[in-house]
Design a binder for this molecule. Structure first.
Ligand code: NAI
Length: 287
């Protein structure tokens, strides 16, 4: 059984919105980090984003320049899955059970028999992901929030077959990363994404039915204390990911109308307007 003191390397799979941020967090905490994505251009973007984010911390006086340089130097950027050799694997790829299970199975062949496999899934059942894997006891959820370097909360999710030492290891790892871990049950959307679903879905209903603008709704909710309004937040998260989470909850709750995915968001995704990452979503970022 691996202990947190034995973790030297962490492989982060998927270098998109979440993977890049998680790699920054693990490297900043001193772990040798492998950041893997199938697309070289996404890795280039991730490197630039991490560099910019570390530099901002230097400018704010929160980080010394040599520490920022060292953190970036601890990340190996790769398009080759064979480089993902580590004590802990964290996946942040597409929100699909089959893709996550296939990646974990592939990496299990390459890694030590005690390596731990953590999924950053927002909504999928850890038990279902683990069922498709040869070593279900070493699979758990480690759900970071966006943006990963700034958000403290991490949901640690145990599936039906997750070994107690695995969830304990991930809990302690999250603490070592400077996060505030919370143990949650393996239920659709866990806690935050289940409750927050209505924040997004009701906002879309309101905009669609009442002809109220996105800006009006966002401005009012920000005025009463929400850090970001629902439309700005969906664009930050990525509309494809947010829609996948709604769809997953809708399916998990037997198509309960209260979880029905928003039509406005479905149109945006069909048009490829995924939010900030594509330059356009509910708002236009290319101006
Ligand atoms: P994204 O679309 O920004 O990035 C996903 C990346 O994974 C892409 O760069 C893609 O090229 C890569 N990828 C796809 N299949 C791969 C494979 N087999 N091997 C290696 N790389 C692969 O997605 P995002 O937003 O980073 O989400 C990733 C995961 O994190 C999802 O499970 C999502 O539910 C979860 N999540 C997302 C949050 C958000 O605010 N976007 C917040 C918390 C969790």
């Amino acid at each position: 059984m691996l202990t947190v003191h034995e973790i030297n390397s962490i492989a982060v799979c998927g270098a998109g919105t979440m993977g890049a941020g998680i790699a920054q967090v693990t490297a900043s905490a001193g772990f040798y980090t492998i950041l893997f994505d199938l697309k070289p251009d996404i890795l280039d973007k991730a490197r630039a984003q991490i560099q910019k984010s570390l530099q901002q911390q230097v400018e704010k006086g929160r980080l010394a320049q040599p520490d920022a340089d060292a953190a970036l130097g601890r990340i190996r950027f790769t398009t080759d899955a064979h480089d993902c050799i580590a004590e802990v694997i964290i996946e942040a790829i597409v929100e699909k059970v089959a893709a996550k299970a296939a990646l974990f199975n592939q990496l299990a062949e390459l890694n030590h028999s005690e390596a731990v496999f953590a999924s950053n899934t927002s909504s999928l059942s850890l038990s279902t992901i683990a069922k498709a894997i040869q070593h279900p006891s070493r699979v758990a959820g480690l759900h970071f929030f966006n943006p990963a370097p700034a958000m403290k909360l991490v949901e640690v999710v145990s599936g039906e077959q997750t070994a107690a030492w695995v969830s304990e290891l991930l809990y302690q790892l999250a603490q070592q990363l400077g996060k505030t871990p919370v143990r949650v049950k393996d239920a659709p959307g866990f806690i935050v994404n289940r409750v927050a679903r209505h924040f997004y879905l009701e906002a879309m209903q309101l905009a669609g039915n009442n002809n109220t603008s996105f800006k009006t709704i966002d401005t009012l909710l920000e005025a009463v204390g929400f850090r970001m309004g629902p439309f700005a937040l969906m664009d930050l998260i990525g509309n494809d990911i947010n829609l996948a989470v709604s769809t997953s909850l809708y399916e998990a709750f037997d198509k309960a109308p209260r979880f029905e995915p928003g039509k406005l968001q479905q149109h945006l995704v069909a048009e490829g307007n995924l939010g900030r990452k594509t330059g356009k979503g509910f708002y236009n970022y290319n101006k």
